[in-house]
Ligand binder design. Structure first.
Ligand code: GDP
Length: 195
C-alpha cells in the first residue's frame, strides 16, 4: 500500500450510509484543530484532500476514502470544537454512539492527539470507545515539531498515562508539517490492516 490512489467515496451522516463491505478500515478520530485533516493530507501527500479547518455544519459526517482500492481511511468528525451548537454536539454524539455500537466496522483505530498538551476529557472518552471496540488502536501525537526535544519523552509519558494506554499500544510522534512519523504511521496501518 503506497497511498498513491486515493478516492473520496462518500460522507455518512447516519447508520444507513456506513460502509461495511468487508474491506479493512483505518478509522481516524481527533479533537477539532488537532490537525486530523493535515495528518490525512500528509499521509496521502495531497494538499487539500481532507478539508483543513473546521467547517461548521460538517462536523456530523463520517467521510470515507478508498486507499489503493484495498482499504478505507474513515475520517470521523472532530470533537470538542467550542463554537459548535448544542444541537450539533448532540448530533455528533448520536452518530458516534451509532458508529461505535456496530460490530466489526473498525479494523484499526487511529486517534490523533496534540503532542504539546495533556489529552482532554473528550480525548479520554474517545480512547475508551476505541478500547471497547474490538479493534487495534494506535495513537498519533501530532504537532511534534512544536515540542522542544527535551520535552518529548515527558509529553509522550503524559499522553500514555492520561489515556491509560497499554504498553502494546503504539504512540507515534508525528508532524503533518515536517513529515516526521509518516513512514512509521504507514507501516502501522499496513501492519494492522494486513494489506
Ligand atoms: P483538524 O480540525 O483536526 O482537521 O485540524 P487541521 O488539519 O485543520 O489543522 C489545524 C491547524 O493546525 C492548522 O492551522 C494546521 O496548519 C495546523 N497543524 C496541523 N498539523 C500540524 C503539525 O503537525 N504541526 C504544526 N506546527 N501545525 C499543524
Amino acid at each position: 500500500m503506497n497511498f498513491t490512489k486515493v478516492e473520496f467515496i462518500k460522507s455518512a451522516a447516519s447508520p444507513k450510509d456506513f460502509i461495511y463491505d468487508g474491506l479493512p478500515q483505518a478509522v481516524f478520530a481527533g479533537r477539532s484543530n488537532v490537525g486530523k485533516s493535515s495528518v490525512i493530507n500528509s499521509l496521502v501527500r495531497r494538499k487539500n484532500f481532507a478539508r483543513v479547518g473546521s467547517q461548521p455544519g460538517k462536523t456530523s459526517q463520517i467521510n470515507y476514502f478508498l486507499i489503493d482500492s484495498k482499504a478505507y481511511l474513515t475520517d470521523l468528525p472532530g470533537y470538542g470544537y467550542a463554537k459548535v451548537s448544542k444541537a450539533e454536539r448532540d448530533r455528533w454524539g448520536k452518530l458516534m454512539e451509532n458508529y461505535f455500537s456496530q460490530n466489526g466496522l473498525i479494523t484499526l483505530g487511529v486517534m490523533i492527539v496534540d503532542a504539546r498538551h495533556k489529552p482532554t476529557n473528550d480525548d479520554i472518552l474517545m480512547a475508551n470507545w476505541f478500547k471497547e471496540a474490538d479493534c487495534r488502536f494506535i495513537i498519533v501525537a501530532n504537532k511534534i515539531d512544536k515540542v522542544k526535544k527535551s520535552a518529548i519523552n515527558e509529553n509522550a509519558a503524559v499522553i500514555r498515562e492520561t489515556l491509560a494506554l497499554s504498553d502494546t499500544t503504539p504512540l507515534i510522534l508525528y508532524s503533518a508539517v515536517t513529515g516526521t512519523g509518516r513512514g512509521e504511521l504507514i507501516a502501522a496501518i499496513e501492519n494492522a490492516l494486513v494489506i
